[in-house]
Design a protein around this ligand. Sequence first.
Ligand code: PMP
Length: 334
Amino acid sequence: MPDQHLLPDVIGNTPLLYLRKASELTGCHIYGKAEFMNPGGSVKDRTALGIIRAAEQAGELQPGGVIVEGTAGNTGIGLTLVANALGYECVIVMPQNASEEKISQLEMLGAELLLVPSVPYADTHHYIHTAERVAAGRRKDEAHGAIWARQFDNPANRQIHYDTTGQEIWQQTEGKVDGFICAVGTGGTLAGVAGALREHNKDIKIGLADPMGSALYSHFAGGGLRAEGESIAEGIGVSFVPGNLAGLELDFSCRVDDDEALPLIYDLLKEEGISVGGSAGINIAGAMAMARELGPGHTIVTILCDSGSRYQSKLFNPEYLWKRKLPYPHWIAN
Ligand code: PMP
């Protein structure tokens, strides 16, 4: 009898890729968890599954029920796929400036899509606040339940990374891991993996790679929630402290400029055949910064959150990059 895997069964258990150039340049062993190989193409498939399973267990969702979420895209894609597989509906609220690829993919998957203006978090029309209102409205007349996935402070988000991503990294490195670093969108990945790894070995260093435009670097440095500059990386960078980060202590943190992250993405694709999106570029730059801090010979793991193909119209569009004075891939520069 062949295996009869269903979609939720094939989320996670992603390979750990060796990042050759990043390792050579730093004298460390740098690995990237290939989260772009999840069925929905990103690390957020794990979050989607974790949140839906937790809601089922809490009795908040029966087949035919509705899941509402505010998301820059990847969580929406993960939630919609898992919802389709398990018999739920999805309403996704996203900012209008999300990449065309993500918007058209969500339409293709059959999510009910609500595009709202891209406004600061303090504005009540921000996509996260809108999602909360939409969920509250649907809950009133939905016989099978309606949940707001609230990935920023839903403990199920952090928990799934503790249960799966963190344990996988420990096993795949055979416990020989010295540091883990990544950027924060909801903080589920960073906090969940940190919890799992530190439980195995309290000396493992945990780091934050913060893109420009995010306030977390300043927050962890004791300077309050202050942001500087901007980044084209989607899905990461926040102007508030997500609930997932409660109690998290960092050993290392750095700020990463797009000018530094983008060439890493282009080189990784051209020289190692690995295609990743903007947040993975920030993560690799962060892993290299951590490697320089720890010194040669250490093993550092980061996350390759999604694929470059999700951002063809931005990361691989010379006109888009040129207008923003950003570096572009040398092989499409002429
Ligand atoms: N990269 C991308 C492309 C994402 O969509 C997200 C999710 N927001 C992240 C990184 C960050 O992951 P997390 O939400 O676990 O902090």
